[in-house]
Design a protein around this ligand. Structure first.
Ligand code: MG
Ligand code: MG
Length: 248
């Protein structure tokens, strides 16, 4: 069942979302070649806890860290550790918090140092796909409109949409119905209503869309080793249009 949120609940989710966005600013400030992904995770966790919030990923189905940090061909669910980022890497950082009982969830793929124009294009395309999806998160539109808009941006740039992982409803739980695929047909799927809160999160491969999970049982990579990007915002559907909750 899809839980519609009241204005009061959306305001609380906005507070959670703002913290997520500020945690991403912490990441941006510290990101440089030579830093380990564990250092990023530690700093983000400290930031979240200092603001009376809880990192929602920590312990989720046994996940050992506060952030998911996925490098290059790693798509999602990477475990922070001793790996040092190198100039030219791209790193996807996914952050979730619980604040006063409500979740915020946002991911961003960052360039470490200077990356090639082709890699830059992958990041820009995926971010553009996210914004195209958000633009469809309007009362009266349907879920398929979001997926279709994302898929069109991605595929017209020559990239592939990941099929095995999708966006989701969000609120008191990190994952609520409905699933929000990054592909679809316009005019299909459930109708969007005021008070729906969705994590819209295009995941894109520069090559093939097929994925596999590494032996740590968490890290998802592209099966063909292609670079990947992942951009995510938590968004409320309102009478006034899409309201991005995970902005600073
Ligand atoms: Mg996320
Ligand atoms: Mg999510």
């Amino acid at each position: 069942m899809i839980v519609l949120k009241s204005d009061r609940e959306i305001r609380l989710m906005r507070q959670a979302g703002r913290l997520v966005a500020q945690a991403h600013e912490v990441v941006r400030e510290m990101l440089r070649p030579g830093i380990t992904t564990a250092e990023i995770d530690r700093r983000v966790e400290a930031f979240i806890r200092a603001h009376d919030a809880i990192p929602s990923f920590k312990g989720y189905r046994g996940f050992p860290a506060s952030t998911c940090i996925s490098v290059n061909e790693e798509l999602v669910h990477g475990i922070p550790g001793p790996r040092r980022l190198e100039a030219g890497d791209i790193v996807s950082v996914d952050i979730g918090v619980i604040y006063r009982g409500y979740h915020g969830d946002s991911a961003w793929t960052y360039a470490v140092g200077t990356v090639s124009p082709e890699v830059r294009r992958l990041l820009e395309t995926t971010e553009r796909a996210l914004m195209a999806g958000i633009e469809q998160a309007r009362v009266g539109k349907r879920l398929g409109d979001i997926g279709y808009a994302i898929q069109r941006v991605v595929e017209s740039a020559g990239y592939a949409v990941i099929r095995d992982y999708v966006g989701h409803g969000i609120g008191r739980e990190m994952h609520e119905p409905p699933q929000v695929p990054n592909f679809g047909e316009p005019g299909k799927g459930i109708r969007l209503r005021p008070g729906m809160t969705l994590a819209i999160e295009p995941m894109v491969s520069a090559g093939d869309w097929r994925t596999k999970v590494l032996s740590d049982n968490w890290t998802v990579v592209t099966a063909d080793g292609s670079l990947t990007a992942h951009f995510e915002h938590t968004v409320a559907v309102t009478e006034d249009g899409p309201y991005i909750l995970t902005l600073p």
